[in-house]
Design a protein. Sequence first.
Lengths: 259, 346
Amino acid sequence: MVKFIKRFYTSLIFLFLYAPILVLIIFSFNSSKSRGSWDGFTLNWYVEMFQDRQIMSALYVTLGIAVLSSIIATIIGTAAAIGIYNMNRFNKGIIMNLTYLPVLNADIVTGISLMLLLIFLKIPLGFTSLLLAHITFNIPYVILSVLPKLRQLNKHLYEAALDLGASPLYALRKIIIPEIKPGIITGLLLAFTLSIDDFVISFFTTGSGVANLSITIYSMARRGINPKINALSTIMFLSVLTLLIIVNKRMDNTEEGDN
Amino acid sequence: MEDQIINLVNISKSYGGSEALKNMNLYIRKNEFLTLLGPSGCGKTTTLRIIGGFETPNSGRVLFEGKDITDVPPHKRRVNTVFQKYALFPHMNVAENIAFGLKIKGIADSDIKEKVKKVLELVNLAGYEKRSVNSLSGGQQQRIAIARAIVNEPEVLLLDEPLGALDLKLRKDMQFELKKIQQHLGITFIYVTHDQEEALTMSDTIVVMKDGLIQQIGTPEDIYNEPKNSFVADFIGESNIVKGKYIEDFKVAFADNIFDCVDTGFGVGEEVDIVIRPEDIKLVDIAEGMLKGKVTSVTFKGVHYEMIIHSMGIDWMVHSTSMEQVDSPVGIKISPDDIHIMKRVI
């Protein structure tokens, strides 16, 4: 009996969590425009979505921002992680707390403060400002995925490379980077996912004419729900889900590699 | 001066207020096997890291063949290091690990292959080129770490407790092999260990250290037979250390008796430490003993028995190949040249 209640409760929770997404996915294949009734299966909304210029331009913005911001954030974040790793304990503590703060901070606060900063610096709101914002909020996630790999390193590896005649830069390139590569790639994927996923920060830091997918969906939804949005949301959900599964798998593997 | 390869001149180093090395002076001769020996925290590893270039001394100079290299970074020094936990590069195979230094020097690929093959033969791992380093046992990894260092033909090889992680049998084999490699290559080895037996077995010169200070420098025989103070005596092999009083030349008092000895030059009435090796104490019939005592414990140690004899309020450790019964009364006999008198360390 207890077992049954446990199972029932678990299913109820998952139902609440996933029912909305399930409904969304089902209705993206509904041939009727109304949300109330099921009129038969169609892929029309997907076709229409890909023909919609507004959606397509938003897709390019999203992918462009995601690719650029994740790559730049990975480079900066990796360098930062190596720097933090080599700090003394006191400085490390301070910097790590400063790193955690943006991760825990509410998106709305990050978004508004970034917007104010951009305006203060007289950077016009548009693609560049959006890119800068995404790089900024992605860096901590990269640092947090690279640092554990650094901690696993034998601390004498770098010295061993120097000892064998490698310059500090050569040792970094040939020994340290290959050793922490799994962490760097995980950080890159995570940054890419978060960039695709973000709405709140993007909303405050972009300008007129530049919109990513989430902003486009938001503005379309205000004019009434078009089934194209369902199709678009389904695709976004599935791509983010895939990326997250990959990231999780990678993190599991690194932890196993420890033992 | 001629055959000195490394000179440490007035080296001091401290970490956040605690002094690791105090005004250290040491020279290392070409082709010698020198061991820095001491308990953990004595400054031996710091000394090695200063020679390797991984630490900069707070004051003092490091000379290499007479030239000041104190500020030369590690990758430009003509020394190589074997690290405590091997520090092999996990993403490279055995051959790539060994070739790492050679590639940087720009040596041709065919020569590298030849050198790798030769050095693997030297460390008894011929044919291991393609193996992943993670698939090797601790002892094999240790040999690869040694091969990776010596393939660069350094003039000085630094070894930081390289055998610490191996089991006893393997450690003995490796001690022998290391000594053989050193003699074969004719390069200077600077070896750090806390294992006195390892130091005695392999070294030409032993430097005993404690709290950042050199206690004694000498050959293994010197260090064992003529320890300079009771710390060295206690650290190198086992010793009975008792308090005594110097009576006059060739006479010393301890355990409520006056003994003949071979030492001179201490002050009359001076408080001294008496050091006697357990194997130098002879157990005789109680009537013939200089001291009379009773056996309180007997432990079998393989080659010998270790016995504790209680006499005159002191527990004497005695090593002997013949065994006495527990609780049996025995006499203790010590010959004058086995009584080592040392300044009392306060």
